[in-house]
Design a protein around this ligand. Structure first.
Ligand code: HEC
Length: 139
């Protein structure tokens, strides 16, 4: 390796190490309220949606390594802002039906909603049966 590429490589490594110290909002506040869904509905939502739309996010692997962790953390933040199953305001909206329509749209789109996430964690993808039951419940 030439000297210049050697120093680029070592600076890159140093930079990657320093990036790990940038503080992130990677916390799970206690849920304010658990929404009362039928058990089958709740388990589907927990599986496929709670990582970004609740305070029960399971932070794993890449969530701890910068710069990937920045993307994860900001996706979860904007996901929670759009819809949070752990807060009472959203609970009311869901039962009042306004949010139901938006959730229905997302569920019928399938993995297109967050393609990269479902590609990296295929076990989180809803099965056809789970999707059908959810859509029925969201009618
Ligand atoms: C990997 C993170 C992630 C997962 C998993 C995820 N979402 Fe989202 N969701 C987001 C983000 C980020 C937004 C806000 C930006 C946007 O609209 O795409 C959002 C927005 C939404 C919105 C509001 C936007 C709209 O079009 O009205 C709804 C409703 C929603 N998600 C439902 C769901 C449901 C239901 C699931 C599970 C089947 C789910 N999401 C899974 C990240 C996620």
């Amino acid at each position: 390796m030439r000297d210049s590429s050697k120093s680029i490589a070592s600076w890159t490594i140093i930079l990657l190490i320093l990036l790990q110290f940038v503080p992130l909002n990677r916390i799970n506040p206690p849920p304010f309220q658990e929404i009362q869904f039928p058990e089958s509905i709740k388990s589907s939502l927990k599986k496929a949606c709670y990582d970004c739309h609740s305070y029960e996010t399971q932070w794993r692997g890449v969530a701890y390594i910068a710069p990937a962790s920045w993307i994860v953390s900001s996706t979860v933040s904007s996901g929670r802002t759009a819809l949070n199953f752990s807060t009472s305001g959203d609970a009311q909206e869901i039962t009042s039906g306004l949010m139901k329509i938006r959730i229905r749209n997302v569920v019928s789109k399938g993995v297109a909603h967050q393609q990269l996430y479902y590609l990296l964690t295929p076990e989180r993808e809803l099965t056809m049966t789970e999707t059908r039951l959810l859509l029925q419940w969201l009618q």
